[in-house]
Design a protein around this ligand. Sequence first.
Ligand code: SF4
Length: 338
Amino acid sequence: MKKIIYLQDKAIGDGHVTIQSMTNTRTSDVDATLSQIKALADAGADFVRISVPDRESASAVKYLTEKSPVPLIGDIHFSAEPAITAVKSGIAKIRVNPSNIPPDGLKKIVEVCKEYRVPIRVGVNKGSVKRKIEPKELVDLTLDAARQIEELWWDRLVLAVKTSSVKETVDSYRLLSGLTDYPLHVGLTESGTFESGSIKSAVAIGSLLLDGIGDTIRVSLAGDPIREVYAAKKILRAVGLDRDFVEVVACPSCARTEIPVEELAMKVENITKNYKKRLKIAVMGCVVNGVGEGKDADFGVAGGRDRSVLFKQGEIYKTVDNSEIERELIRFCEEYNG
Ligand code: SF4
């Protein structure tokens, strides 16, 4: 049975897939880092990871953990000392890459994690292994590292086997999930810039989630991490793991299109992006196919030359002048949201 790991009062592995992201500020700049942590939490991150590369960053952790609205995860490479300080300062989880921490350093980290009941994420990225390896070897390395930690009598672990390739990542996690009961942190590493990285992440993370693999996800993108959280939310919604949101469906437009479909759809998406209610709104460019194709929607519009058709639950309920469409859509959303 899948193990459940707690980061303070939030679980990983309980069936609810959580979202995490990572700050890109200098951790020692506590004001900038705290501001980004809060923005990530407001956007929907369940956990936020911060780099703890040195003593200065480690000494900022206490302030940040005390002020953060969500549990913080410390990202550790090379040295045990920042990890030990971070754990003693209230960090909720440590991420280590055992391939770049010497055995005596790992032992010290595990000892302090045991004492403070702090879970460890074992993340062996393919890029950190200095030779070409296949998914099976990546999985073996990760399981070996987990065993090393278990031999020190600590088993609150989360595992990850990230690569920057969609196929290798999916293959690695599929293999790993059959060999472990630990919860899995799923994502690509160095997936790229916003557009290509989001698509690669959606394919990789989405494929795994549809297989039932993955307990916490990170969409890793170059640039502003807030976009990682929005992308992660969209992936969870696309695979049906988050149903309490407003889904806006829109036709692709064609020669029959009578209204500005994309513009109207984007307006509705923007207005409703923080609604936590299940609702489907359709914006369809013409009446020829629009009403029929939008019949699953709770509310929608099908464009006509001067006047358009509004429908509710697939039934036409009135026509309006095209200049009224935007107002009608907004009114429906606002009334629905109460
Ligand atoms: S709903 Fe109408 S406008 Fe939109 S793609 Fe279909 S036929 Fe074209």
